[in-house]
Design a protein around this ligand. Structure first.
Ligand SMILES: *[C@@H]1O[C@H](CO)[C@@H](O)[C@H](O)[C@H]1NC(C)=O
Ligand SMILES: *[C@@H]1O[C@H](CO)[C@@H](O)[C@H](O)[C@H]1NC(C)=O
Length: 464
């Protein structure tokens, strides 16, 4: 018994989470409300701000604590990683000594197409660089600090998704891909930094939004907080919802500006466009296809959004009432965010999906969730959707227009857009990080290096 208690204690110290639910983190509702006095006075008349805060209100009203506006801005130390880890991957040619582009004069462009859906670290990095020149902190949720002793978290600006997308195929004469080499270099860079040594990486933020990005390094960098699309390709010991942050995909469908459509003018009841995967989710897609193909107001077609053209997908989603999101070979996909940008009520069939900012956002107000086991019952999906009337649909459509801004990546970033919402999500994890760090310091007087006491713990093989 004593033995069990002692390794439980160590797992808690180093923050291993366990699927059975070692619930060691504080109540997530005890978070800081994004209710900044400055931004209020500046944006008090902006109706979009008011609407967004009213949506958060319900989630926040019960247990929230309010702090002064100053403590709400997350202080982020960003490593000056050599540019081969970030903007060089976008074919930026730096001049001079700085590893960073001077974003006041020009902004290196991110490659377009489907690359963009995982471009999260690009927008976060740009926002940190921008925070150094910002005149106005209204609406800003994070600021770059140069002294790491004063930071809440340490940001690792490795552009892991584009590195995977562009540099993970072996070129002639190469023994290892650039993607493999950079991950190895990143590990040795981080492990030699005083910031990493200080915390064992627990207060570090590493972005790995493409499900295959950071494949080699994740098993070494796991004490850090990952920014991910989902947990589909991660064991729960490496990544989990307590430690990590789910970020939205950048949508590829054009935003529906000045949407004056309504229930009747959106002629298609239910829209789906996507690939058939042979793995996991593929069978659900096929079965649903056979169930739905004869419904005349249902659009169900296979093929990627790019193949049939973004234009036709945009037209389709903008003129549909409901948009289907079915798990593919990962639980998440950018189709959900395309649906939100189109104000097409998402119908989510993905049992394992984790959603961005769900601790402050109630998706059931503007989405329909269906369990896979229910979706496979004859007529279940179509009967459920047909049962949703005009008024209920209108409410969800209005909510979609209220919250769509939370999923927009842009530069410069604006209040409560995707970039700021991700910083806020990170900020809500800071108390849990500090708890772990403080607990780890309890026995610092005995000077046992972290690695040594870790190795001395016999972890039972059949535990996971
Ligand atoms: C960094 O911050 C710490 C704590 O506030 C301070 O003691 C130290 O002098 C600072 N270092 C520099 C180089 O400013
Ligand atoms: C949307 O409406 C506003 C105000 O009527 C107008 O200025 C703007 O050009 C419209 N935008 C688009 C993309 O139609």
């Amino acid at each position: 018994m004593l033995f069990i208690l002692s390794w439980f204690f160590v797992l808690r110290l180093i923050g291993w989470s366990h699927p059975v639910g070692l619930s060691i983190w504080p109540n997530p509702k005890l978070h800081v409300v994004a209710d900044d006095e400055n931004s209020k006075s500046q944006n008090g008349n902006d109706p979009s701000t008011t609407k967004i805060s009213s949506i958060f209100e319900e989630a926040n009203s019960k247990n929230s604590m309010k702090f002064s506006s100053k403590s709400e801005v997350l202080k982020v130390f960003m490593y000056d990683l050599p540019s081969e880890f970030h903007f060089d991957l976008l074919e930026w040619k730096g001049t001079g000594n700085s590893v960073w582009p001077d974003i006041r004069t020009s902004i290196p462009e991110y490659p377009g197409g489907l690359n963009l859906q995982h471009s999260i670290e690009y927008w976060l990095t740009l926002d940190l660089l921008h925070s150094e020149h910002a005149q106005d902190f209204g609406g800003r949720s994070a600021v770059r600090v140069k002294n790491s002793s004063e930071s809440d978290v340490v940001f690792v600006p490795f552009f892991s998704s584009i590195c995977y997308n562009r540099y993970s195929r072996l070129k002639p004469h190469e023994k290892k891909t650039v993607n493999t080499i950079l991950q190895q270099k990143l590990i040795s860079y981080l492990k030699s930094q005083k910031e990493w040594k200080r915390s064992g990486g627990i207060d570090h933020v590493v972005v790995a939004h493409h499900p295959n990005s950071l494949l080699d390094a994740r098993s070494q960098l796991w004490p850090a907080m990952f920014i991910l699309a989902d947990f589909g390709r991660y064991p729960p010991t490496i990544a989990n919802i307590e430690k990590d942050v789910i970020a939205p995909y950048k949508h590829v469908i054009r935003r529906f500006i000045n949407d004056s459509s309504d229930f009747d003018s959106r002629a298609t009841l239910l829209y789906f466009q996507g690939a058939i995967y042979r793995k996991d989710g593929g069978t659900v897609r096929q079965e649903l296809f056979y169930m739905l193909k004869d419904e005349k107001d249902v659009h169900f077609s296979f093929g990627s959004v790019l193949k049939d053209g973004i234009k036709s997908a945009t037209r389709g989603m903008h003129s549909s009432k409901f948009c289907l999101n079915i798990a593919g070979d990962t639980p998440s996909s950018n189709r959900l965010f395309d649906a939100i940008a189109s104000h097409c009520v998402p119908v989510i069939i993905s049992d394992e999906i984790e959603l961005p900012y769900e601790d402050v956002l109630d998706y059931s107000k503007f989405s329909i969730f269906i369990r896979t086991s229910d979706a496979l019952k004859e007529k279940f999906v179509i009967n459920l959707i047909r049962g949703i009337g005009k008024d209920e649909w209108n409410n969800m459509w209005r909510k979609l227009k209220d919250i769509e801004n939370l999923f927009e990546y842009q530069f410069p970033s604006r209040e409560n857009d995707a970039v700021q919402m991700i910083w806020q999500s990170i900020a809500r994890k800071v108390p849990a990080i500090n708890l772990k760090l403080h607990k780890a310091k309890r026995f610092s007087r005995t000077h046992v290096p972290r690695e040594r006491w870790l190795k001395s713990i016999p972890i039972p093989k059949n535990f996971w």
